[in-house]
Ligand binder design. Structure first.
Ligand code: UDP
Length: 365
């Protein structure tokens, strides 16, 4: 166990989670792991923390206020110019009504939802709100409200990466890039993999799992698939289109089980069709000593050191992925773990968030 470290000022923090699914269910994607890691590190640094999250959240190591209501529709399933929609008995609205009631007990509220409402509510709150934006630009209405908040409340918008931030074309004010980080002790290094590849993540069209399945078919290297099936029809179509592919779906696994499979793989394949804001799965693989082969766009293109800790290939080129698989023996798996240790530790993540929070608080006075 690590001891608490002393921080410049111990903050009282209220984290408001994503309204698309309970914490620990996988429906929220990478932002769940990010929220978990930031929460853990903030507590270790001596801050106090309360999490507001949907009823049905599964974590028990944090103080979580569980809020009932109907889940919000995921932004990835909407068209760019769709209006903002709210279900009846909206969980998102319920979470923010609760945050409004308790706001004076906290120094800072941190919003992890990629939704219009919390941005809109910012000027109506007395307590400052830090908005951690977890995806690239997907919706005109959300882009507009983010731009508005970034102008009226300097420093309050945080992104994972510059390539994610660049998708928000109208943002002119300075934004903060927080990257990501892991508790590296949870991921074990494996120097000698089996002949198999891994694919990890939400099973949803923007992740283009079918390209990784095609790699498995063409190379005849087994592919282990792990993650939440978010779009059942999409998954069924893949199973139908590739009936004899050497693939195995293992379900949505806990971090411990997931890393025990991933670390024995020759590489992780990342096939994002969209601009991935970060790609937590990339650093999870690196932490196990597993090189990452990805399309060269978005977060993975900022993470992977081409030729050293994996390969960046032409976007949407399955041939490119296959070529990279043939070069995997040129990668030193120790270099992969080393990159995770140097760039993506929990301590470094905590320091970046703490500095960001402090900057928001300082700019208020
Ligand atoms: N994940 C998991 N178990 C699995 C497969 C995936 O816990 O079996 C998690 C993984 O740790 C990562 C998240 O699912 O945090 C996927 O996030 P990523 O940032 O790669 O993409 P996103 O879903 O946010 O688009």
């Amino acid at each position: 166990m690590q001891n608490n470290v002393s921080s410049p000022q111990a903050l009282k923090l209220l984290f408001v989670s994503t309204p698309v699914g309970g914490l620990g269910t996988g429906l929220g994607g990478g932002v769940e792991l990010s929220l978990y890691n930031i929460a853990k590190e903030m507590l270790r640094r001596g801050h106090t923390l309360q999490i507001v999250a949907p009823t049905g959240s599964l974590w028990n190591e944090f103080a979580i206020t569980q809020i009932p209501g109907n889940l919000q529709v995921i932004a990835q399933s909407q068209e760019r110019n769709d209006p903002i929609t709210m279900p009846s008995n909206s969980l998102l609205a319920n979470m923010w009504a609760y945050a409004r009631q308790v706001q004076t007990e906290y120094d800072l509220i941190v919003n992890f939802a990629y939704d219009w409402l919390p941005f809109y509510l910012t000027p109506f709150f007395q307590t400052p709100i830090a908005h951690f934006v977890s995806m690239g630009s997907l919706s005109d209405a959300i882009d507009q409200i983010i731009t508005q908040v970034s102008k009226s409340f300097p420093h309050t918008i945080g992104f994972y990466t510059p390539s994610q931030g660049a998708t928000f074309a109208n943002l002119t004010t300075p934004c903060h890039y927080l990257s990501s980080g892991l508790d590296l002790s949870l991921y074990q290094f494996c120097g000698e993999p089996r002949q198999q590849l891994a694919w990890l993540g939400r099973i949803s069209p923007e992740k283009a799992l079918e390209d990784a399945v095609e790699v498995a078919v063409k190379t005849n290297i087994p592919l282990k698939i792990m993650g939440k099936i978010q779009d059942e029809k999409y998954w069924q179509k893949i199973c139908h289109d590739y009936p004899h592919a050497p693939i195995e779906y293992l379900g949505f696994l806990s971090t411990d089980k997931m890393q025990s499979v991933v670390r024995e793989c020759q590489a992780l394949l990342m096939t994002p069709r969209w601009v991935e804001a970060f790609g937590n799965v990339a650093i999870e693989a690196l932490a196990c000593g597993v090189p990452v082969i990805s399309y060269s766009r978005g977060g993975p293109a900022e993470i992977i050191q081409d030729g050293k800790t994996g390969f960046l290939v032409e976007p949407d080129s399955v041939t490119g992925l296959i070529d990279a698989v043939t070069k995997l023996d040129t990668i030193n798996r120790q270099a992969c773990r080393q990159q995770a240790e140097t760039e993506f530790s929990l301590e470094a993540l905590g320091l970046r968030f703490e500095n960001w929070f402090q900057m928001i608080l300082d700019s208020r006075y």
